[in-house]
Design a protein around this ligand. Structure first.
Ligand code: PMP
Length: 462
């Protein structure tokens, strides 16, 4: 479809989009989204779509919430901007910091604010480096994350990210950032290896990596509770227990990247609680403000804070912070968002409706194109395979998942495809059971249409 209207035409002429094939975009034009309501967004032709990933795993409270509008408006009138540099503060950021500390999965001491997940993770890296300097071990700097983990796109956070397209042509990862294995049993386990044995092997591999590097040089391990953008990968049940034993042995800090998992997504308030993580540092963003305004946070425990504070005395000021750190309007929206989560018992709601999504998606496991269905809470993925027995994906050149995304649009669904032809599900947390059933039914129909098309093209024996 060539660009349909003036916004689409102007877009092609003017906007450089993230993660978009620019040539294909110039040819095909964008889908112009003009309005949102609940779990749905509407295009410029008035057609409605269920947003199966809440935008980018973002709009937890859906695409229109009047209380968040009011909270932003009120703060905009009262104090539209102020900052927290050099001893200044304002009420919204203090309120938000207190609320986050009250809700933290493990005791945390202080909250640092930034504007995006990438900035939060970059900030965490600097805090870790600064902390280790302050406590007299400046050589303990290396950071380990996982292949297929996603932690952002700035130079440091892109280095943490374990996906090749975030490294290629950018000379990344930077020195001192290393990647260990992905805890995805379906693809990475050896033949006959149990989940338990697989988890043990991954922990042993991490141990061997730390020992080879020298434990005195390894500072931290970054992990999402459930890997999001890498494919919605749920680790084996005992994975984090075993990993944390290794980290403890070598005095390596654990950073939980809760940018996707935080605030109920996994069926607990934090993914760390669902997966048994006890982080020293926790980063969050997205659902923190239901993404109505950009804001992210880094929570640090007392030990790390004490290092940062002592460092200020010994090393000089911790030289880091953004103009918009703790922006009052974004912070006011986040405060209101967290109040709403409490009032509607967001975790209870997710626990109640999650089985409808998980069972509904798992019912598609028998479909000829589906290899694995995985998920927990309101996050999930359906992976398409060419061979159900070997778990082999289709040739990426066939662009099978992107084709399904296109077909799904005509069924009124906005889908997101991830590596290995996995389709992500991460709808607004306020989705109802009826809406989940509608979403899964439409997805099944789109999948059937793809199967018919592939059969016609003799691409799949389905
Ligand atoms: N961490 C995780 C787990 C994420 O999913 C993302 C973004 N999808 C980021 C960090 C980076 O966040 P941002 O795009 O806001 O920089």
């Amino acid at each position: 479809t060539p660009p349909r209207n003036s916004t689409a035409i102007r877009d092609v002429a003017s906007v450089l989009h993230p993660y978009t094939d620019a040539r294909a975009h110039q040819k095909n034009g964008p889908l112009v989204i003009t309005r949102g309501e609940g779990v749905r967004v509407f295009d410029d032709q008035g057609k409605s779509y269920i947003e199966t990933v809440a935008g980018l795993w973002c709009a937890a409270l859906g695409f229109h919430n009047e209380r968040l509008v009011q909270a932003a408006t009120k703060q905009m009138r009262q104090l539209p901007f102020y900052h927290g540099f050099t001893g200044r503060t304002h009420e919204p950021q203090v309120d938000l910091a207190e609320m986050l500390l009250e809700r933290a999965p493990v005791p945390m001491s202080k909250v640092f604010f930034a504007n995006s997940g990438s900035e939060a993770n970059d900030s965490a890296i600097k805090m870790i480096w600064y902390y280790n300097n302050a406590v007299g071990r400046p050589q303990k700097k290396k950071i380990i994350s996982r292949l297929k983990g996603y932690h952002g796109v700035t130079i440091a956070s892109a280095s943490l990210t374990g996906l090749p397209y975030n490294h290629k042509f950018f000379d990344l990862p930077i020195a001192g950032i290393l990647h260990t294995g992905t805890p995805h049993h379906y693809h990475n386990a050896r033949p006959g290896e149990s989940e338990e044995a697989f988890a043990t092997r991954l922990a042993e591999e991490l141990d061997a990596m730390i020992v080879a590097e020298g434990p005195e040089t390894v500072a931290a391990f970054f992990a999402e509770p459930v890997m999001g953008a890498g494919g919605v990968i749920i680790p084996p049940a005992t994975y984090f227990e075993k990993i944390q034993a290794v980290l403890k042995k070598h005095d390596v800090l654990l950073v939980a990247d809760e940018v996707i998992c935080g605030f109920g997504r996994t069926g607990e308030y934090w993914g760390s609680q669902s997966l048994g993580m006890r982080p020293d540092i926790l980063t969050c963003a997205k659902a923190l403000s239901s993404s109505y305004l950009p804001i992210s946070a880094v929570m640090v425990n007392e030990r790390v804070f004490e290092g940062l504070a002592d460092g200020s005395a010994g090393l000089g000021t911790f030289g880091h912070g953004f103009t918009y750190s703790g922006h009052p309007v974004a912070a006011a929206v986040a405060v209101e968002t967290l109040k709403i989560y409490d009032e509607i018992d967001i975790v209870g709601h997710v626990k109640r409706v999650a089985p409808t999504m998980q069972d509904g998606l798992r019912a598609l496991a028998g479909h000829p194109l589906v290899g694995e269905v995985r998920g927990m809470g309101l996050i999930g993925a359906v992976e398409l395979v060419a061979d159900k027995a070997t778990h082999a994906n289709f040739d990426p050149a066939l662009k099978i998942a992107p084709r399904l995304v296109k077909i799904a649009e005509s069924h009124g669904l906005i889908l997101r495809s991830l590596p290995n032809d996995s389709i992500a599900f991460s709808p607004p947390l306020v989705i109802t059971e009826a809406e989940i059933t509608d979403m899964v039914t439409r997805f099944g129909a789109a999948l059937d249409e793809l199967a018919v098309t592939l059969r016609r093209e003799s691409l799949a024996a389905v």
